[in-house]
Design a protein around this ligand. Structure first.
Ligand SMILES: Cc1cc2nc3c(=O)[nH]c(=O)nc-3n(C[C@H](O)[C@H](O)[C@H](O)COP(=O)(O)O)c2cc1C
Ligand SMILES: [Mn+2]
Length: 499
């Protein structure tokens, strides 16, 4: 998919999009409609007549697992992860065929770099000076306590002034007036680091309305030196095309619907917020830098993309789940004893991480907890629950079973300290606080346990027998037997979202 329009056509062909012709207000009304639609597992919505604006608004494009898979062109999100692990787990080639395959893989990485092109539809309309007007766009005021409309699905492009490396991040932008917004660069983020490293003004470009993979990439927690557009090119199998900005020395996606160009001063801060955020609470007012627009460029009939965050589950659940799946190979490349992990949507992603491990030595669970607390953005995780490899981390009832049955709180709970999410309101001090680790693995004698009892399992012969004879019993349909027996009512994320 080259752009947002290809994506909208695909969604329409797949019966995944509804056009709303009625006039609907971007001030709160759209939020309530979307909140209900997301929680019902409903379609993407294209509001064709947002009140008071010149442009249509697309929302809930990422709101289900099926749409997320359509976006990446896969059957399951784990298939995207496989593509990543293929590269990460490359071994030295052992024969000619291996070499050829290896070279093909390396070429697919080399071909992922963004391409520069001379012209792009994003410059069909160029507004400068007094023509710049953010009120042309149907920017949503999402929640009643929000003081202003917020741009919620931007890809914010900056460059590191020292290395020149590009960064693309998704950071909300509170509208101040026709030509200015805040830039919500949280303390751990790459865009903020670029800003702080720049003396005077940092040029900034904001792309709105992209193909879904490129839009997703702006939310991906990549190490700072890795260009998110390169990752997008790799995952799309086709490079992102970029064109020079009109008033800034930054390349912008040639097929974006809208681009906002401008700059941010090193020393100009204002009071941003409050904002009804993905924590489920309003985040407090805080000083954040001010973004001044120097140009607003668009395609003809540009479509404005938006997203609403709030109490989970919301549309961003699936952006988070995509990250969870796509980054598993990278997590395992660093901590290979990890089998799988799950960041519950209800835990707003950074509040809880359930991780299963191949336990090989006493204290192994504790080692893995500290690994999580040392890994990229996972370091912000507040609570880590470690289970043995046979436990399904996505089955929260099963996890609760082991967290209850296998834990002696006097022995198996680790309390530590470390950095916390910028938006976490619970700790005594902002940015730093406690960490909780729960070791729910089976304990070894060396770990101070008595000999561990055997888990109850039915024998496979009896299971097969009952499977074969089931209809004879006349009981009706009953779920098939499953290992472990607990968690019969496994609540997958899909069910949670469709309750
Ligand atoms: C819908 C949505 C909104 C987000 N809003 C913000 C935000 O306002 N500020 C922020 O620092 N991160 C926000 N994030 C998270 C960042 O996009 C994410 O941490 C990303 O990795 C940042 O890019 P970076 O690692 O290059 O800094 C948001 C994520 C999503 C999915
Ligand atoms: Mn980054």
């Amino acid at each position: 998919m080259r752009d947002l329009r290809d994506w909208i056509s695909l969604l329409e062909r797949e019966g995944e999009l509804v056009r709303v012709a009625a006039e609907v207000d971007p001030d709160l009304e759209i939020t309530e409609i979307v909140d209900r639609t997301v929680k019902a597992g409903g379609p993407a919505l294209l509001f064709e007549n947002p009140k008071g604006a010149q442009h249509a608004l697309l929302i809930n494009q990422f709101g289900t697992e099926r749409r997320m898979c359509l976006a990446f062109g896969v059957e399951r999100l784990d298939d995207v992860a496989r593509k990543v692990s293929d590269i990460l787990e490359m071994q030295p080639p052992s024969g000619l065929m291996d070499k050829v395959r290896g070279l093909q893989k390396l070429k697919s990485v080399a071909d992922s770099r963004a391409h520069s092109v001379r012209r792009g539809p994003v410059h069909e309309i160029v507004l400068q000076g007094d023509e710049i007007d953010l009120s042309l766009l149907p920017v949503q005021r999402c929640w009643p306590g929000d003081p202003a409309p917020f741009i919620t699905l931007p890809a914010v492009i900056t460059h590191d002034p020292r290395s020149g490396t590009r960064n693309v991040g998704m950071y909300r932008m509170q509208v101040i007036d026709r030509k200015t917004t805040f830039m919500h660069w949280q303390i751990h983020k790459d865009g903020r680091a670029d800003w702080l490293a720049t003396e005077g003004r940092i040029p900034v470009a904001v792309a709105l309305g992209l193909d879904p993979v490129t839009a997703y990439s702006a939310s991906a927690p990549l190490p700072k030196h890795i260009d998110e557009f390169m990752m997008a090119g790799f995952l799309r199998g086709e490079p992102v095309e970029l064109v020079k900005g009109v008033t800034v020395d930054i390349e912008v996606p040639a097929h974006a619907e809208i681009v906002l160009e401008g700059y941010i001063e090193h020393d100009e801060l204002g009071t941003e917020g409050p904002f009804g955020d993905h924590t489920g609470y309003y985040t407090a007012q805080e000083p954040f830098p001010v973004f001044h627009l120097t140009a607003m460029t668009m395609r003809k009939g540009a479509i404005y993309p938006s997203i609403v965050v709030g109490k989970p589950p919301q549309e961003d659940a699936w952006l988070g789940k995509a990250t969870e799946r796509i980054f598993l190979p990278a997590v395992r490349a660093t901590v290979p004893e990890i089998v799988d992990y799950d960041l519950p949507v209800a835990g707003a992603f950074h509040n809880c991480c359930i991780v299963s491990i191949k336990k090989a030595f006493p204290g192994h669970a504790s080692k893995v907890m500290h690994s999580i607390w040392g890994l990229g953005m996972l370091s912000l995780t507040k609570c880590v629950i470690v289970v043995d490899e046979h436990v399904n981390v996505h089955d929260y009832e099963q996890v609760m079973f082991y967290a209850g049955a296998n834990v002696d709180p006097a022995r198996d709970v680790v309390l530590a300290e470390g950095p916390l999410d910028h938006l976490d309101h619970a700790p005594e001090r902002q940015f730093i606080g406690g960490k909780l680790g729960i070791d729910a693995t089976a304990k070894w004698v060396e770990e101070g346990a008595r000999p561990w009892p055997q888990e109850i399992e039915m024998s496979p012969e009896i299971r097969d027998l009952v499977d074969r004879r089931w209809s004879e019993y006349g009981i009706g349909s009953v779920p098939a037997a499953r290992n472990g027996g607990v968690g019969q009512t496994e609540r997958s994320l899909r069910q949670l979202l469709r309750r």
